[in-house]
Ligand binder design. Sequence first.
Ligand code: ADP
Ligand code: NA
Length: 332
Amino acid sequence: TSRQRVFSGIQPTADSFHLGNYFGALKHWVSLQDTHDCVFSVVDLHAITVEAQQNPKQLRRRSLLSYAQLIAMGIDPQKSVLVMQSHVPEHTQLAWVLQCITGYGEASRMTQFKDKSGKEGSDHTSVGLFTYPMLMAADILIYRTHAVPVGEDQRQHLELSRNLAQRFNSRFKKTFVMPEPLINPATAKFVDLQNPTGKMSKSATTEGGMINVLDDPKVITKRIKSAVTDNEGVVRFDRDNQPGVANLLSILGAATGREARELAGEYDGKGYGVLKADVADAVVAEFEPVAQRTAELMDDQAELERIMADGAQRAREIAGPILRQAYDAVGF
Ligand code: ADP
Ligand code: NA
C-alpha cells in the first residue's frame, strides 16, 4: 500500500488498561487504522525489565488480556497487524545490533532509565531496563515505520530511535526509515479522581482514583460519583483552580467526542452531581461493550491463540526481510 506505516506498543503491566491509556492513546490507535498501515503491539518483552513484574502466570494473563482488549476496543487484527512482541524474534535480533551502535554514555542519558533505576536502586536495576530504549528502537525500525504515536514520556526514546536509524544508515547501508512522532489530537491528561493534582497512572494511583476499562459498571459509577471536586460550586473548565471538575469535563468530552470547554458552559448552574452522573453514564457506555467483548475473547482461548499466531506471521512477513537486509549490511 502507499499508506504510511504506524507502529505503536503498549506494555501488559496490568490486567486492564485504564481510562488514561484508553482515551489518551488507544482510541487514537483505533482511528489511525483508517488512514495508516498500522502495526500495534503488546510489548511483553518490555514488561520484564522491572523485577516487580516478573511473575510468569500474571504476565501471561496480562498479555492475553491486553491483546484481547485491543481487539475488543476496535483494533481489527485483519486490517492492522496486531502482534505480541515476544512472538516476533526479529525485534530482539535487531535490538542487539542497535545496542552495539549505541554509546554507553548516550544510553546513560535516558531520563526514564535514570528515574526508574534511581527508584529501584542498583541491585534491582536490570541491564534490560538500561537497554530497553534500543529494543524500543528495534520495535519501530524493524517495520520501517514512518510515524509513531508517542506520549511525552517516550519522546526521548523516539529521538534515540531516529539517531540510531540515521547512524545505521550512514555507517552501513541505507536500510531504515526515519520515524517521526505522531501527535495525538486529544491531548487531555487525565488525573487521579481522588487526588486531582496527580496523573492517573497505574504506578501512582490508588484504586479509588482509577477507572479501568474492565471495571464493573457499578464500580465505575461509584468511583466517578466519589471523585474529589471543590467547594466552588460552579462548572468551569479551569485545570489550575478546579482540577477535579476539569478532569470530569475532559472525561465526558473524550467519551462523547465533545470539547470540554463547551461542555462546561452547558453544565454551569447544574451542579456537580448532574455532571458526575452524565460522566458515569458516558464512561459506562464506552467501556461496558469493550469489557463484554474482552470476556468473550478470553472465553475462547484457542481462537485468541489463532489470531495471535496469524498476527505474528504477518508481522514476520514484514520484519523478516528487513532484518535480513540489516544483517547483510552489518556483514552477517
Ligand atoms: P501509566 O502512566 O499508567 O504507566 P503507560 O505509561 O503505560 O501508563 O501509558 C501508555 C500511554 O497511555 C501513555 O504513553 C499515554 O499516551 C497514555 N496515558 C497514560 N496515562 C494517561 C493519562 N493519565 N492521561 C492521558 N493519557 C495517558
Ligand atoms: Na508512564
